[in-house]
Each structure stands twice: as C-alpha cells, then as structure tokens.
Design a protein around this ligand. Structure first.
Ligand SMILES: [Fe+2]
Ligand SMILES: [Fe+2]
Length: 192
C-alpha cells in the first residue's frame, strides 16, 4: 500500500506538481494549450461528476421515502447503465491511448500516470460492485413481495463512497494532464 493509493492520497506530492505549480487551475480557463480534445475530456469528467452526484441524491431520496419506486426506477436504470458503461470505456481509452503519450512526453510525471492507471483498476472493481448493488435494488423493487429496505440502504451507501473516490481520481487526473496540455499543446503532443 502506498500513500498515493486512491483511498489514501489527498492530491499530488511536490514532485508531481511541477507543471501544476506553473499552470494552476485558475489559469486554465484562458489557456491556449487546451484544444478540442482537452475541452471534450473535461466535459466528460464533469458529466461523470454530475451524473454520479444525481444518482447518489436519488438513491438517498428513495431511502428517505421522498421518491417512490415508480418514479425512481425509470429515471435511475438508464442513467446508472450509461454511467457504468461510459466510465469503463473512458478508462480504457485513457490507459491505452492517452497515458502512454503523456508518460513519454514528460517522464517526470510518469509515476503519476501509473497511479492513475491503478485508480482505474480500483474504480473498475467499484463499478462492478455498484452494478451489483444497482441490480439487487432494481430486482427488489420489481418483486412486490420483497422488502427492498436492505437493497435501498446498500445502494444509498455504496454510491456516495463511489462518488468520493471518483472525485479524487478526476481531480488528480486533471491536475496532471491539463498542465501538460497547456505546456506542450495538443498538436505537438499528437492528440489534437
Ligand atoms: Fe481516469
Ligand atoms: Fe478521465
């Protein structure tokens, strides 16, 4: 276990902040280096954040009785399926296509991309757990004789924990990648 594990770290150590210190988040909105690829990629991250947050809120409302199953199920089912599938695909593209390019571009950051790759494995296991918790809940809600309370509580607990991990990963990934895009430019990196 390392201090850089997803569940332990609170950001990057100084050695992995070399470009972030030069290009802090406040400078990103006006940075010329972020082109269509970087903007699209940031939009995907925001979508994953918002969707996971909305799903966690809906599960909480279901548990508290402020949302009934008839309204919850048709809203929840497609959005959860979309999130889990898109997130898994997003990780694959990063691992196979983008991270090798970024690691080669600046070896000082290589360790950070190894950590992010390990995050993907952790999150992919969490995606499987979340899929199971979601299926269990949807099944319990579909069988009138079942008491869904345990399944509702299970999902309402799993989702905020998943969100917490996801936010850590997305923030740290952006803190590593965006300063590199600004520093080098998408075209010269070969991803524009
Ligand atoms: Fe990622
Ligand atoms: Fe990502």
């Amino acid at each position: 276990m390392s201090d850089l594990d997803l569940d332990r770290r609170t950001g990057w150590p100084p050695g992995l902040r070399v470009l972030l210190d030069i290009h802090p988040r406040e400078s990103w909105p006006n940075a010329a280096g972020i082109g269509p690829t970087g903007r699209f990629w940031l939009q995907r991250h925001d979508l994953f954040r918002e969707l996971t947050q909305a799903l966690a809120m809906a599960a909480g409302e279901l548990r508290e009785g402020r949302l009934d199953a008839a309204r919850f199920v048709p809203w929840f089912r497609p959005r959860m399926g979309f999130l889990l599938q898109e997130l898994h695909g997003h990780h694959r593209i990063e691992d196979l296509h983008y991270f090798p390019v970024f690691q080669a571009a600046d070896p000082r950051l290589a360790r950070g991309f190894e950590v992010l790759n390990a995050d993907h494995h952790t999150i992919d296991r969490a995606i499987a757990e979340l899929g199971t918790a979601s299926d269990t809940l949807l099944h319990a809600l579909a069988v009138p004789a079942d008491d869904p309370a345990a399944a509702v509580a299970g999902l309402a607990t799993t989702l905020p924990a998943f969100l917490h991990r996801l936010l850590r990963h997305l923030d740290d990934e952006e803190d590593l990648v965006i300063p590199l895009l600004i520093d080098r430019g998408e075209g010269p990196l070969g991803i524009g």
